[in-house]
Design a protein around this ligand. Sequence first.
Ligand SMILES: C[S@@+](CC[C@H](N)C(=O)[O-])C[C@H]1O[C@@H](n2cnc3c(N)ncnc32)[C@H](O)[C@@H]1O
Length: 281
Amino acid sequence: MNLRKLWIQTKKELDSSNINDSIIESEVILRNVLNLDRNNFFATLDKNIPTKQKLQIQNHLKRRLSGIPLSYITNNREFFGINFFVNKNVLIPRQESELLVEQVISFCKKNTKRQFNIIDVGTGSGAIGISIAKHLNNVNIIASDISDKALQIAKKNANLVNVNQKMSFINSNLLEKLKSPVDVIVANLPYLCSSEIEKLSPEVQNEPEIALFAECKGISLIKKLVEQAPNHLKKNGKLILEISPTQVTDVISIFKENFPESYPEIHDDYTKMQRAISLET
Ligand SMILES: C[S@@+](CC[C@H](N)C(=O)[O-])C[C@H]1O[C@@H](n2cnc3c(N)ncnc32)[C@H](O)[C@@H]1O
């Protein structure tokens, strides 16, 4: 069977399971197994595919149809224009979290003579901290997580992106193990409520629970982090967190209680949802 027929067949099977973007997903599955970039994919549509690779494609497809996210099958997710290795031990970085990276980069660019110490709390794959490190010279990034398995992936990505000289890694429950105050605290912590689990797509249900859920309607970790932050954030520093749009009012109150002299600012994501909150000290 040639590549074109295999592509059509793969797409049809994804369609029959109501998987959106079946045309792109089928292309990505095929390119991943055949190790082809887009140009070579379209240039070789008439080429016959050897049985061994056909079987690998069928295996990928079977996993995808069982609800495993495509990024876990291909072990890849692009975030902030960078390819990250991902597997079932880390959250698949979301495009909306690029907002946090943009905000931190613009804060640090205001003073290029200053060296910024930044902690990325709940780093997961390292997507946020590594993207910041890739775009700025004047930064030291501490990537922290409570999951050792996630930290292993973050270290792997720092090596792949070649920013490891700007990074260090700690296993810490929120800021507990942070030794000295920092200039920036950035975090995309779990903020879903566990009662929402059944409403989530099979793909999201395949992501690690520790990366998704927090107690008290999803707000408990955010609250604890903001309570710890005043002891760990330097003057002229920045705190920025990703939140659910439903948590805005509660999180503003938590910010005001813990930082009475600063003004919280809400940031919209690319879909115009209120997705992040920040303040400067
Ligand atoms: C929503 S994921 C975000 C991952 C990554 N920052 C991103 O944006 O793609 C949350 C991360 O927080 C970590 N985490 C959960 N509880 C934590 C805690 N108490 N202290 C530190 N990290 C925690 C999880 O292991 C997970 O990697």
